[in-house]
Write a new protein. Structure first.
Lengths: 319, 557
């Protein structure tokens, strides 16, 4: 199924996703058996008792019911329900009530209209749209526990290969956890309709080896790069409305309405995955956001070509 | 029996000018005319909401398509869902109930004919308000044009901060007004069934159609009231400074979810129970046997009615309820499968040993049985809370509920159209066109909704106006769209059949199907007063008793 899709629920790569997968197969087998029996009986009845020509001169025997038969098709389904329920309750408890180990990584995910904010409270990191988490090693478990919040409307965090979805609802904190055993990039997107650009609120999770993760954390903890070659772009940035919504450490920009740009170049995508993080796409996104993501809350900045080039060059330095 | 006609003094119907005809239809309080109005009204909106579905499907035909803008797409799925539930399926079911319940229980009209007319016109106003939003919703803010908040309109997307203009207000008022209409109709059906049954028609002898509509009406009273209350709270939030659902000011977005689904899930049963009612009348006639296990069918319906009120939060498994709440709603949602399964088995028992005639109504019934079975089983998968954490809000759910609503309810409705059209118009629908309609619709339905499960399993969320390439969703979506157009063609054949047969269909006579309930004892169409003399019944199948005096049902009761 991996070949079929990078977002298949049949390729679980985390304990919650695994237990859901096994339960799915169990339920699928039971429902398939029910289907075979009932659909088989229906097909048999239609073939066996079907009349090629309508002839109602001789009515068939008039049967009104049978208590034994009706009891049997009441009791057998009840037994099936009990079995299904017990299997389910175990998985619900196993996933929802799992204790958080002391070594776990804490992340706060905040849904915004059409992008994701990620905060690592213990590490002092703020980033957007691309979540980095470490591989979980059995020797020293580092599962990731995510607290889910919303800044505006309802959203839902869904990476099918890492687990089920959980909603981000304002004033209603939720949590979920994952413990992927190997590194990789995992894709998903917002699953709860949140407004015009719900479709382009994409999500990706980088599962890093411990070394890669430590390197990523070190880089994110640095203040923004102050590259002398990009002073012009920085001037433009600091003197336009950009700073009302975005943050870059060490500058006047400390807005929280849009993504933190301090380490923008450490991300592969912009506009919550709607475009690649290339100079061309970045330029287009700043110039005409509606061309990339119509209805997004990023305003068109009406900059001159010169200012635009300067700002893009400045962004390119924010490693 | 009661088929003798009464001469109406001083009325010559044929002479009237069209304006008189129009006036008579607009001011009618006759349950049959109101039933027809409901049905025509619903058919009109079926075409409108069907066109909206096709726009959705064209947009999704491949990744990064730009047939419509995201704003238009979001309006389309909101209007498609709202229209289909509130202005197609509910009115058409009320229409059949209105038309048939008095005829089946040997009454001359509904208990409250004026309330009946009032309810219909409220529902009609609701649909008008919803569609007036296309021209009227811009309002002072210059924003908004038709609702775009999804058919369940979760808070806080409906707050004025996120939904400026008046589109959400038109949505709210449309549902509020038509909700009052539904409550009026439910009261009317309950009163009619409880008070106007003809002599001998004990509750235990009532056609299952009447029983099931009685349970449905009870559910309407219980389910529509919280929805109406929530709509009023939403209006208070939007205009009177309330904070019920305003999370920024301490309100609760989750509260709206609970209010909506404590309406929304019983609503599913409000829609499917009348479909069960059609099945329970049509399958016996075309199997030439009485319904198998009448008492347990009634008991199962009542059980479904009760349990349906305690399953709503299975729509909310992803909102972060406690593990105890998730377990509770898992078990209730699975338990409701038991009485529902009993129904399928009893229809099977009815067909077993019968002489099944493959007339068009029966073809649709057989389609219903298989599809409802599959829709029920995918329902069990989603009742399993952890599995639902993956499937919820994905295209799997969209496929599942269309399996129930189209594969179940709409198939049952088509069966009802082919079965009762002769009674309503006096003409038979064409069997040839009916078979084209059935097979094309069946093929289109399975192409669309069988395949639609798969993108959901591959991670495709619902309500997205476009999607990324490389996720394995493109080919599937293309085929799903092809299926949708095949269904569209089948619906056109159906509409053509309705129109052509009205003028050129074979004359039906009183009882074209050799059936057993009282509506077939009167002329087609029935006279305004239904029964010249009120009938007296002695069993569940009064016309069987008349046709088989040597072996009447009344002997076994």
């Amino acid at each position: 199924m991996t070949a079929l899709s990078p977002t298949s629920i049949f390729n679980p790569t985390s304990t919650p996703a695994h237990s859901i997968f096994h339960l799915s197969i169990f339920v699928l087998v039971i429902t398939a058996l029910i289907f075979i029996v009932v659909a088989g009986l229906l097909t048999y009845a239609v073939i066996k008792f079907g009349q090629a020509t309508a002839d109602s001169s001789h009515e068939p025997p008039q049967v009104y019911g049978s208590t034994q038969i009706e009891l049997s098709w009441t009791i057998i389904p009840i037994l099936i329900v009990v079995v299904l329920y017990l299997a389910t309750a175990q998985v619900i408890h196993g996933i929802q009530d799992a204790p958080e180990p002391k070594t776990a990584l804490d992340v706060i995910a905040i849904g915004h209209q059409y992008w994701w904010e990620f905060r690592y409270p213990k590490l002092g990191i703020v980033t957007a749209n691309e979540l980095h988490i470490p591989v979980n090693e059995p020797a020293r478990p580092t599962p990731t526990f995510i607290q889910l919040l919303s800044a505006d409307t309802d959203h839902s965090f869904w990476i099918p290969e890492l687990g089920g979805k959980t909603d981000l609802i304002p004033n209603h904190p939720n949590k979920m956890w994952m413990d992927p055993p190997h590194a990789g990039i995992f894709l998903g997107q917002c699953a709860q309709y949140c407004g015009t650009q719900h479709a382009k609120m994409l999500l990706r999770v980088y599962v890093d080896s411990p070394d890669e993760f430590a390197g990523w954390v070190r880089n994110q903890q640095q203040p923004a790069v102050q590259d002398a070659s990009a002073t012009a772009g920085r001037e433009v940035f600091e003197h336009t409305a950009c700073i009302n919504c975005h943050t870059i450490t060490g500058t006047a920009a400390d807005g929280r309405f849009g993504p933190d740009l301090t380490h923008l170049m450490s991300r592969a995508t912009i506009a919550s995955g709607a475009a690649q993080n290339t100079p061309e796409d970045l330029r287009l996104w700043i110039q005409r956001p509606d061309a990339v993501k119509p209805g997004s809350l990023m305003p068109a900045m009406q900059l001159s070509n010169q200012d635009l080039d300067a700002i893009v060059s400045y962004m390119e330095t924010l490693r | 029996m009661s088929s003798d006609a009464i001469t109406m003094p001083g009325v010559n119907i044929d002479d009237r000018a069209w304006v008189d005809v129009l006036h008579r239809w607009l001011t009618t309080v006759d349950h049959k005319r109101l039933g027809i109005l409901y049905i025509l009204y619903a058919l009109f909106f079926l075409l409108v909401a069907g066109a909206e579905a096709l726009i959705i499907r064209i947009q999704l035909i491949h990744s990064h398509n730009d047939f419509v803008s995201p704003q238009v797409f979001n309006r389309m799925f909101t209007m498609h869902g709202t229209t289909m539930i509130f202005f197609v399926v509910m009115p058409v079911l009320f229409g059949f109930a209105n038309y048939l319940v008095p005829l089946m229980i040997g009454a001359r009209d509904m208990a409250f004919p004026r309330l009946n007319a009032f309810s219909f016109w409220l529902t009609a106003l609701g649909g008008f308000l919803l569609y007036f939003s296309f021209v009227g919703a811009n309002g002072l803010y210059g924003a908004g044009n038709a609702p775009d908040v999804g058919w369940w309109a979760y808070a806080p997307l409906t707050a004025r901060a996120f939904s400026p203009g008046h589109s959400s207000d038109y949505w709210t008022l449309a549902l509020l007004v038509s909700g009052f209409g539904s409550i009026g109709t439910a009261i009317n059906i309950i009163a009619t069934i409880l008070c106007l049954r003809c002599p001998g028609m004990t509750l235990n002898r009532m056609p299952l159609f009447a029983w099931l509509n009685l349970v449905m009406s009870g559910l309407v009273l219980i389910a529509l009231t919280p929805l109406s209350a929530a709509q009023i709270m939403l209006l208070i939030d939007r205009y009177l400074g309330g904070h019920f659902f305003d999370a920024q000011a301490g309100g609760s977005a989750a509260l709206w979810m609970h209010f909506f689904w404590i309406f929304g899930h019983p609503e599913v049963y409000i829609l499917i129970i009348p479909a069960f009612a059609f099945m329970s009348e049509i399958i016996p006639v075309f199997s030439r046997k009485p319904i198998f296990g009448y008492p347990i069918m009634v008991a199962a319906t009542i059980a479904i009615g009760f349990v349906s009120m305690s399953v709503w939060a299975h729509h909310l498994f992803t909102i972060g309820m406690s593990s105890y709440a998730n377990s509770f709603f898992t078990i209730t949602s699975m338990v409701i499968g038991v009485p529902t399964g009993i129904k399928i088995f009893n229809w099977l028992g009815t067909m077993w040993g019968g002489k099944i005639q493959f007339k068009v109504p029966m073809l649709f019934c057989i389609g219903f049985l298989f599809q409802f079975l599959i829709g029920g089983l995918t329902g069990i998968m989603q009742a399993t809370a952890p599995v639902d954490w993956q499937l919820s809000l994905s295209y799997f759910v969209v496929a599942h509920f269309h399996y129930i609503i189209v594969g179940g309810i709409i198939f049952a409705l088509f069966a009802a159209f082919y079965y009762w059209y002769p009674k309503i118009t006096g003409r038979m629908l064409s069997e040839t066109l009916g078979k084209w309609h059935f097979w094309l619709f069946l093929i289109g339905f399975h192409l669309t909704f069988d395949l639609m499960h798969i993108p959901g399993l591959l991670g495709m969320p619902r309500r997205i106006y476009t999607y990324e390439p490389g996720r394995g969703w493109d080919t599937l979506n293309l085929l799903i769209t092809v299926g949708a157009f095949i269904q569209g063609i089948a619906i056109m054949i159906f509409v053509a059949n309705l129109v052509i047969s009205y003028f050129k269909g074979d004359v039906a006579g009183n009882d074209p199907w050799d059936a057993w309930t009282l509506e077939w004892s009167v002329s087609s169409p029935p006279p305004a007063y239904n029964f010249a003399t009120i009938p007296v019944v002695e069993s569940r199948r009064p016309l069987w008793d008349v046709k088989h005096p040597e072996d009447p049902d009344s002997r076994y009761e």
